[in-house]
Design a protein around this ligand. Structure first.
Ligand code: TYM
Length: 344
């Protein structure tokens, strides 16, 4: 979008990502995000937050929001995030996100936001009735990332455009305020077969919290029976699995199930095909159901266990918010100076 030449960023590497507390988590969130968070915490300084500021861009019941926030935190822990390694916190508890978002709203251009496809999808036919926050949502996302000068952002494929916007905002800020290497150009980490998990009912639609059919998704809290039934009923075609990825790519539903199998077992789609080519769904689906049950039910159980002790979750979130503020506050102080605010 812009043509500012980036100057190499010399700061430390840091991972940042988040999930909205706006409904039950599903297999797409797990494979596209949570599994990657748990892996990356061993490789880099990692910040993972619950995106409650983003959640209120659409109506959230105030009586439920704090509990939904704890549920996401429990899912993080159940998926293997360790609060001793990763900083886990609620977004709204670190005020610097919102402060920086305002400044970025004055950096980002309307034309850039007008191109965001997720706003178009989420606002639907009633754009004028959407909250202003839903429109400026990706600007807050840029602030989430850049307030920690994060260099790596693990997300599913649907967030790619928001990451491109983040890079544009970083470049324009650095240029406008003559601080060429102040913010990094964060890299999205999207690779792998779990980056775009599709609906089990329709291979052309993303698996999503908002799909009216519960059979379209596997929830992290589903029972073993639910998971098995959903895999059994997943839409497929009558052909056996093909030999090559090229043939698989022409069959959306089959491609999705093979991708899920690959992501759950830590293999590539080609490796899964090497085992199942020529076999029909009568063989493949039960194997996938077993794998999904084996991988996901312990996560659901751990979540339930953790949620039975909300004080411990709250303690982790509070400590995480304090640690996050220690990194965010100096960035905001520097930004205030660069912008030229009184008292900065
Ligand atoms: P959210 O809450 O919609 O989704 C959380 C994460 O799950 C990924 N995801 C998927 N991955 C694969 N297949 C799917 N079907 C699927 N559905 C969802 C999403 O890509 C995401 O990684 N805007 C973000 C939250 C956010 C954020 C940030 C992320 C706010 N600020 C800063 C990274 C950095 C969102 O709405 O995620």
């Amino acid at each position: 979008m812009t043509d500012h030449t980036p100057v190499p960023y010399a700061g430390p590497t840091r991972v940042l990502s988040g999930v909205q507390p706006s409904g039950a988590l599903h297999l797409g969130n797990y494979l596209g995000a949570l599994v990657k968070f748990a892996k990356l915490q061993h490789e880099m300084d990692t910040f993972i937050f619950v995106a409650d500021l983003h959640a209120i861009t659409v109506w959230q019941d105030p009586a439920l929001l704090a509990q939904q926030t704890r549920e996401i935190a429990a899912a993080y822990l159940a998926a293997g995030l360790d609060p001793k390694k990763a900083t886990i916190f609620p977004q709204s508890a670190v005020r610097e996100h919102a402060d920086l978002a305002w400044i970025f709203q004055c950096v980002a251009r309307l034309g850039w936001l007008d191109r965001m496809t997720q706003f178009k999808e989420k606002s639907g036919k009633h754009k004028e009735r959407s909250s202003v926050g839903l429109y400026t949502y990706p600007v807050l996302q840029a602030a989430d990332i850049l307030i920690y000068k994060a260099t790596h952002v693990p997300v599913g494929e649907d967030q790619k455009q928001h990451l491109e916007l983040t890079r544009d905002i970083a470049a324009k800020f650095n240029h406008d305020f003559a601080a060429p290497a102040f913010f990094p150009q964060p890299d999205p980490l999207i690779q792998g077969p779990g980056a775009r998990v599709m609906s089990l009912r329709d291979g052309s639609a993303k698996m999503s919290k908002s799909d009216p059919s519960d059979y379209s998704r596997i929830n992290l809290t589903d029972t073993a029976d639910d998971i098995a039934a959903k895999v059994r009923k997943a839409r497929t075609d009558p052909e056996p699995l093909p030999e090559t990825l090229e043939e698989l790519a022409t069959r959306a539903e089959a491609d999705n199930l093979v991708g899920i199998f690959a992501a759950l077992s830590g293999r590539t789609k080609a490796e899964v095909l090497a085992e199942y080519a020529g076999k029909g769904f009568g063989t493949f689906k039960p194997a996938l159901a077993d794998l999904a049950v084996e991988t996901l039910t312990p996560v659901g159980e751990r979540m339930r266990g953790l949620l039975s002790d909300p004080t411990e979750i709250d303690r982790i979130l509070k400590a995480g918010a304090e640690r996050a503020s220690e990194v965010a506050a100096p960035t905001l102080a520097e930004v205030r100076k660069l912008v030229g605010f009184w008292g900065a």
